[in-house]
Design a protein around this ligand. Structure first.
Ligand code: GDP
Ligand code: ZN
Length: 326
C-alpha cells in the first residue's frame, strides 16, 4: 500500500494511505539497518499491514523530489532531513526586529531544497504601515526577484488569504522560522480551525514559547497542505552551494565579471564584486554575509571529508587486524 507521511510524533510516522486511511507505522528493520534512513514528513512510502500487528510497517521510501536538509545539530559531520516532497518553503520572520542575517541563512537553506521560496513578515500590526512597507522593501531586496515577500498580521484576513494563495490545491508548503514568530497562529488561520496549540506569550520579553514539537501536515480548506516545522532551532548549513548561489544571485552575477573564475573576492585584481562594493552597488554587509555563509559551507565540507577519511582508515585498520590474526 502506498501513502504519505503526514505526521511524526514520538518517532512513529503517521501515514495517510491512498484510500484516505491513517495508519501509525514503524520502519522495517531492513530499511533502517546500518544506515540511518528514517521517513520524514512528506515522504512517499510503501507500507505493509502484517496480521496481528498494531502498527503498519514502512517497507520502502520513494526517492524524494525535494528535501529540507540541515546539519545535524548534535553531530556536526552528518546531516538531517526534516521534510520531503514539498513545492514551496515559506520563511516566517518577524517584521519588527527582522534579523537580516538569519533571513539570509534561511534563504540559502530554502533555495537549496530545490523548491520555490517565499517570505512572510509576521505581526505587521506591531509597526506602522509606512514602517511595514519599508521593511518589506528591504527584505525583498535581500530575497531577490524570484522570492515573493508578503506582510501578514493575524488581524488582517486579506493578508492571510494572500498566504493561502501561495499554496494552491495539490501543493505542499513547509513553514520555517524561529519559535514565537507566529507560525502556528498563521497555520490555524489558514486552516480555518484550531489545529495547533498556540504558545502563550511570556510577559515582557514578548517571546513565544513552544507547546508542541510535532510536525503535522495540515490540509487547507480550499488549497494544498502546510507543514509547520516547530523546533527547527539549529539552522546549520550542509551541502548548500546551489542554495548559496540562488540566495546570493546578485553576488553570483557580479562574480561572472571578475577576472579570475575562482575569485574569492578578497583582494584579487579586477574583482567585480569588490568594485561593486566600492561603488555602492553592493552593500558591504551583503558581501560579508556571503563570505560567512560560504566559509561555513566550506568548513562543513572539510569536516565531512575528514570524518570520511577517518572512517576509511578505521575500516582498513580492522581489515589489517583481521589479516594479522589469521
Ligand atoms: P510559533 O512559535 O511560530 O508557532 O508562534 P505562535 O503562533 O505560537 O505565536 C507566538 C505569539 O505571537 C503568540 O502569543 C501569538 O498570539 C502572537 N502572534 C502571532 N501572530 C501575531 C500577529 O500577527 N500579531 C501579533 N501582535 N501577535 C501575533
Ligand atoms: Zn571577485
Amino acid at each position: 500500500m502506498r501513502g504519505t507521511v503526514v505526521k511524526l510524533d514520538r518517532g512513529f510516522p503517521l501515514v495517510k494511505c491512498e484510500s484516505g486511511n491513517l495508519v501509525r507505522c514503524e520502519h522495517a528493520t531492513a530499511l533502517v539497518k546500518g544506515e540511518r534512513i528514517r521517513a520524514v514528513i512528506g515522504d512517499d512510502v510503501d507500507i505493509s499491514l502484517p496480521d496481528g500487528h498494531d502498527k503498519g510497517i514502512i517497507e520502502s521510501i520513494h526517492p524524494r523530489r525535494t528535501s529540507f536538509v540541515r546539519r545535524d545539530p548534535a553531530e556536526r559531520t552528518s546531516s538531517q532531513v526534516l521534510a520531503a516532497n514539498f513545492d514551496l518553503v515559506i520563511i516566517a520572520e518577524p517584521l519588527v526586529n527582522l534579523n537580516r542575517q538569519r533571513l539570509e541563512r534561511e534563504l540559502v537553506l530554502a533555495h537549496e531544497t530545490g523548491s520555490e521560496v517565499a517570505v512572510v513578515l509576521t505581526k505587521s500590526d506591531l509597526a506602522s504601515p509606512e514602517e511595514a512597507a519599508a521593511i518589506a522593501r528591504e527584505a525583498s531586496d535581500l530575497a531577490g526577484r524570484t522570492v515573493k515577500v508578503l506582510v501578514v498580521s493575524t488581524d488582517d484576513a486579506a493578508s492571510i488569504e494572500r498566504v493561502r494563495a501561495l499554496v494552491p490545491e495539490g501543493n505542499v508548503a513547509i513553514l520555517i522560522g524561529k519559535s514565537g514568530v507566529g507560525k502556528s497562529s498563521l497555520v490555524n488561520l489558514l486552516a480555518g480551525s484550531k489545529v495547533q496549540s498556540t504558545a502563550s506569550v511570556r510577559e515582557r520579553d514578548g517571546k513565544g514559547r513552544h507547546t508542541t514539537v510535532d510536525r503535522v501536515m495540515v490540509e487547507l480548506p480550499d488549497g494544498g497542505c502546510v507543514v509547520d516545522m516547530p523546533g527547527v532551532r539549529g539552522l546549520g548549513l550542509w551541502d548548500a552551494d546551489s542554495g548559496l548561489g540562488l540566495a546570493f544571485a546578485d553576488v553570483d552575477e557580479l562574480a561572472t565579471k571578475c577576472r579570475f573564475r575562482d575569485c574569492s573576492h578578497n583582494d584579487e585584481p579586477d574583482c567585480a564584486v569588490l568594485a561593486a562594493v566600492a561603488s555602492g552597488e553592493l552593500a558591504a554587509a551583503r558581501l560579508e554575509s556571503y563570505r560567512t555563509l560560504s566559509a561555513e559551507i566550506e568548513a562543513v565540507r572539510a569536516k565531512r571529508e575528514d570524518a570520511r577519511r577517518m572512517r576509511g582508515e578505521k575500516a582498513s585498520d580492522r581489515k589489517k587486524a583481521r589479516k594479522n590474526s589469521r
